[in-house]
Design a protein around this ligand. Structure first.
Ligand code: PLP
Length: 421
């Protein structure tokens, strides 16, 4: 089945009422038939609903459908993209371990890995996403995860996924890819050797800026990489917190199972059934939307590239962009999603343009059906000095756009009047 079809049907079997729309199961808990049934569910002899912190029928459809789109074995929905990232890392690493991360990460992922995980005893070591060879020198026997974004936010780079997974596989290390900006519609990281993906569902999955959520997906056959792998002893030894369960000994996708039974159980960052339902609604049009976002972004990037006031445009769909080849290799039909940025001469010039736009909302979000404009130097990157701004590729004249689904003509016309204001 094609992704477009799966996005409408996968993971849902109509209930006894024949409801076309997936029902929202707003419930905290589920009644057991009898004591034996309850005991069987807890011991995994039977699979079923126990308590909504662990599982929920609406969230279950979201997880199954998303896993299908990504081409994975199973998924675990979480309360936000940040918690999906935390779960994907904490499922592999503990105090005393280290993880290797791309420098080009979303700001929240940078602070989580460099600062918060450090306080949990997990050290983050950084490499330049354009130089995967830097990873080799950072690996040791305590390295548990290599983490990067397929299409980076906000620097808008495209990772050479196969170059990174080749190094990871040589050392038998898990790779975790944040596929939020590319989405499963445009990029399938598992086809290029990635083990686990994470997403902020708050972006293109809902598609309309309606809810915060996240999801982690594991590839098919991941058990083979974990089984007997000394780096991941906790997947091969009895889990004392779950009556001695050995995750690689049972025929269920182990990474999401441990994420659910251990992390979701104990940390509780669960997706609300209502939010899961919103993500399911968004996914029905995922494929159509991502094509339109990409089409609009390319047209706007081409327009901006030809404008005399614009110093530089960052969009991997442009032939002039240094990420163009990677984009052609890793993205479906070379489509590059809705995120682009461009640089004008000065902070004053950028401020004038941002204030003059009418169709673009000044918001720190991406992946909405409505177009968004952001000025990183005065918002997300405000705390950085001039030198730090330049070092992380965010000069004060940089403007980021998340291209929505308005007509291409209107988006360009509004940008034109803002540039000439
Ligand atoms: N990953 C990326 C690439 C993001 O852009 C974001 C948020 O902007 C996140 C993760 C965090 O997601 P959330 O806001 O759902 O926690």
């Amino acid at each position: 089945m094609d992704l477009q079809t799966k996005a409408l049907h996968a993971g849902y079997e109509k209930d006894t009422q024949g409801t076309m729309a997936v029902p929202i199961y707003m419930t905290t808990a589920y009644e057991f038939r009898d004591v034996e049934h309850a005991a069987n569910l807890f011991s995994l002899k039977e699979l079923g609903n126990i308590y909504t912190r662990l599982n929920n029928p609406t969230t279950d459809v979201f997880e199954k459908r998303f896993a299908e789109l990504e081409g994975g074995a199973a998924a675990l929905a979480t309360s936000s993209g940040m918690s999906a990232i935390f779960f994907a890392i904490a499922n592999a690493a503990e105090a005393g371990d280290n993880i290797i991360c791309a420098k080009q990460l979303y700001g929240g992922s940078l602070t989580q890995t460099a600062h918060t995980l450090k306080r949990f005893g997990i050290e983050a070591r950084f490499f330049d996403v354009h130089k995967p060879q830097q990873i080799e020198a950072l690996v040791d026997d305590k390295t548990k995860v290599i983490f990067f974004e397929s299409l980076t936010n906000p620097s808008i780079d495209v990772a050479d996924i196969e170059a990174i997974t080749a190094i990871a596989n040589k050392h038998n290390i898990l790779t975790v890819v944040d596929n939020t900006v590319a989405t499963p519609v445009l990029c399938r990281p598992f086809e290029f050797g990635v083990d686990i993906t994470v997403h902020s569902a708050s972006k293109y999955t809902t598609g309309q800026g309606l809810a915060i959520g996240g999801i982690m997906v594991e590839r098919k056959g991941l058990v083979d990489k974990l089984k007997g792998n000394a780096r991941y002893a906790h997947f091969n030894e009895p889990d004392a917190s779950y009556h001695g369960l050995v995750y690689t000994d049972i025929p269920l996708p182990p990474y999401s199972l441990r994420g659910r039974l251990s992390l979701l159980r104990d940390l509780g960052a669960v997706s609300s059934p209502f939010n899961s339902w919103l993500f399911i609604q968004g996914m029905e049009t995922f494929s159509l939307r991502m094509r339109e976002h990409s089409k609009n972004a390319l047209a706007l990037a081409e327009y901006l590239e030809a404008h005399p006031k614009v110093k530089k445009v960052n969009y991997p769909g442009l032939k002039s962009n240094s990420n163009y080849e990677n984009a052609q290799k890793y993205f479906q039909d070379g489509l590059c999603s809705g995120l682009l940025s461009f640089e004008v001469e000065s902070l004053e010039e950028a401020t004038k343009i941002v204030n003059a736009t009418q169709l673009y909302s000044l918001v720190v979000n991406i992946g909405d059906s409505k177009s968004i404009i952001t000025h990183p130097a005065s918002t997300t990157h405000q705390q950085l000095s001039q030198e730090e701004l330049i070092a992380c590729g965010v000069p004060s004249g940089l403007i980021r756009i998340s291209c929505g689904l308005e007509s291409t003509k209107d988006l360009i016309a509004d940008m034109e009047q803002a540039l000439n204001a």
